[in-house]
Design a protein around this ligand. Structure first.
Ligand code: UDP
Ligand code: MG
Length: 313
């Protein structure tokens, strides 16, 4: 029996991509990785075109190798990936975009990495050829900010395209939070990952499903799903303001001792008091925010640890 690789494909209005995608997978598996077999799991994310009909047609031609789930409306790529992971059964699982921007030709290298003992082999774009300058700019700023302000480390250029062992997929499914940011989850769970670099491939069929607004929403979602460090900054900022107020007060008092006439100038004392309480209030807000963040993290019920291997039954 050949080992099976389960390919999870989120599809949103991809009617023209389903067939070419299936053909390419068939070709790569028969020519380049003949000791593995594929199973394609299409997740139709509420497409408005005939994506689901295409999927059904392909499923009836290639019997037993195509699974599908079709959503009642568009829930977004993250939800599509979640159902794919949760309902996958393969020992090796790989999410891939329907538009062939995740080149199946990388699969042999990914498989080699897994055979070498890695838990996961991820594709990483080294160039962004064909992508608009502004989009590249926003996305590199996003990586910079998220790496600076959260406890997770995202590799710039890392994609959702990664071949994973069952243990990794099981760990991802443990994250039941609603606002999902899969890239952050991949990083959070750890495991030994091998990066395989490739040049960006332009989309040949159809158009990108991400609007600028969609990407902004995605970025902020990712940020708030993992970042609580900014709240700590609020507390520090409050402390700094209080410190400034104290210095101002001391400075003012010394001035008054030297020159009692200055007492008539009430303006300075008002500024000192306002700054002091401004700082105190900011600090308190930061502290409250910290508690709120803790509650937020608790309600997500994330796993406390993830086991890579063990001999404990
Ligand atoms: N996608 C999805 N739901 C969405 C948006 C996108 O399932 O709401 C799928 C889409 O069909 C494709 C993949 O996610 O298979 C990546 O989308 P796209 O190629 O448009 O993104 P880009 O490559 O431009 O980042
Ligand atoms: Mg694409």
């Amino acid at each position: 029996m050949k080992n099976i690789i389960e390919i999870i494909v989120p599809c949103f209005n991809e009617e023209k991509c389903i067939r070419p995608f299936h053909e390419e997978i068939k070709r790569v598996f028969s020519k380049e990785i003949p000791n593995y077999d594929y199973c394609i799991f299409f997740v139709d994310d509420g497409s408005k075109d005939s994506t689901i009909d295409e999927i059904k047609a392909v499923a009836s031609e290639d019997e037993g190798k195509i699974k599908y789930v079709s959503f009642s409306r568009n829930f977004g790529k993250e939800s599509a990936l979640y159902v794919g992971f949760a309902q996958s059964t393969g020992d090796l699982v790989v999410p891939m975009d329907a538009d062939l921007q995740h080149p199946p030709a990388l699969l042999p290298q990914m498989i080699a990495a897994i055979e070498d003992g890695y838990d996961c082999a991820g594709a990483c774009r080294v160039s962004r050829v064909g992508e608009s300058k502004i989009r590249s700019f926003f996305s590199s700023s996003f990586y910079y900010i998220i790496n600076a302000l959260t406890s997770i480390e995202l590799k710039p250029g890392a994609t959702d395209y990664r071949l994973m062992k069952r243990s990794v997929v099981d760990a991802i499914v443990l994250f039941t939070e609603r606002e999902r940011f899969t890239k952050g989850i991949y990083s959070w769970i750890g495991f030994k990952t091998k990066w395989i670099e490739y040049e960006n491939v332009e989309r040949e069929i159809g158009t990108t499903k991400w609007s600028f607004r969609g990407l902004m929403h995605y970025a902020l979602n990712g940020f708030f799903a993992f970042a609580t460090r900014p709240l700590r900054l609020v507390v520090y900022f409050g402390m700094l303001v209080v410190l400034i107020a104290i210095i101002m007060a001391v400075h003012y008092s010394i001035g008054v001792l030297r020159n009692p006439e200055a007492v008539r100038n009430g303006f300075t004392s008002v500024i000192v008091v306002v700054t002091f309480f401004g700082g105190i209030i900011t600090m308190i807000l930061g502290v409250m925010g910290e508690y709120l963040a803790r509650i937020y993290m608790e309600v997500k019920k994330r796993p406390i640890f993830i086991v890579r291997e063990t001999n404990v039954k």
